[in-house]
Design a protein around this ligand. Structure first.
Ligand SMILES: [Fe+2]
Length: 314
């Protein structure tokens, strides 16, 4: 039997599992939770104390695990008993697991399926509601995940809200959410210090650093290219996520962007101010509409403001 890891964070207390879950002790895998049984909060806390972050399942039960995640997402979407805060927690736990796995193993099809599920969760739980975005972003901040992962999660939630607000088709909203989670995955192939560049303001980046940093959209695309399960729209969005209509973006210095490309670029820029530069939402909007005038479509900025207002996030 072969085993694949699942993150402890994706299990929920008092919810029966659809599969056997194992714990790894040395070279061995010991049955820890039987199919149909659940795990108590105490046991989860105990595992966390022992710094156990992963359990394992039989690789043949991978589909069952996907179904289990589906059930959790559906419950969070539909269950009116669940508070917006609980919904945000489900979305963040599944999404951060998906993105962290992707950063560790971007070539895996199984990981991509989880990431798609994560993107879908963000669309359904955050994008389609009007009271979860602020809680979601707060939970992301509190998660202490790496800033680059926090950024991916926030941008996926912002694109979902803006695209839903604009009434775009479900398929487009989903592609945007997946692209947002994937756009910077290329950073893992760049030298360690290139990640630091991410957190600097553009004017503070030295020429040599910039040359390396500016390759990341292409590297992200190259990681995903040639995989039949990644569609063209997602590849295109990943490749163009740093473009701006002023022509000041990269790598192609485009001056014309589709609506979807505009949404992703704008939301990514907005969240960079919040997640990397510690700005409030209001300051981030000001940065985009005043200091970066001409980089983004004014009508789209106005729509982003409206969408954030609907979410009581101003
Ligand atoms: Fe980027």
């Amino acid at each position: 039997m072969s085993y694949i890891p699942i993150r402890l964070r994706t299990l929920y207390p008092n919810t029966p599992l659809f599969f056997d879950a194992y714990i790894q002790v040395g070279e061995k895998y010991l049955l820890y939770i039987r199919n149909g049984d659940d795990i108590s909060q105490d046991r989860i806390d105990n595992l966390k104390k022992k710094r156990v972050r992963r359990l394992f399942i039989n690789s043949e039960h991978e589909e069952k695990y996907q179904e289990f995640l589906d059930a959790r997402l559906n419950q969070a979407m539909s269950d009116n008993e669940q508070s917006p805060n609980e919904k945000a927690e489900v979305a963040v736990s599944i999404a951060s697991s998906g993105v962290e796995d992707m950063y560790e193993d971007p070539e895996s099809h199984q990981v991509f399926l989880l990431l798609e599920k994560a993107a879908e969760g963000i669309v359904k739980i955050v994008g389609k509601k009007t009271d979860v975005l602020g809680l979601f972003m707060k939970r992301v901040r509190d998660s202490k995940a790496e800033p680059i992962i926090q950024h991916a999660l926030n941008v996926a939630s912002l694109t979902s809200c803006l695209a839903e607000y604009l009434g775009l088709p479900d398929k487009t909203v989903q592609d945007l959410s997946v692209a947002a989670l994937l756009m910077d995955v290329g950073m893992i192939k760049l030298p360690e210090n290139a990640r630091e560049t991410f957190f600097k303001k553009r004017q503070d980046i030295a020429h040599d650093e910039w040359k390396v940093f500016a390759t990341h959209p292409e590297v992200s695309r190259d990681i995903l290219q040639g995989k039949e399960y990644v569609n063209r729209q997602i590849l295109e969005l990943v490749y163009t996520h740093e473009e701006m209509i002023s022509g000041e973006g990269f790598p192609q210095k485009l001056t014309k962007l589709s609506l979807e490309q505009g949404i992703l670029g704008l939301c990514a820029c907005f969240d960079r101010q919040v997640t990397f530069h510690g700005m409030t939402y209001k300051e981030a909007l000001e940065e985009i509409s005043i200091n970066q005038l001409g980089n983004f479509d004014l009508k789209l900025i106005k729509k982003l403001k409206e969408a954030l207002k609907v979410q009581s996030l101003e």
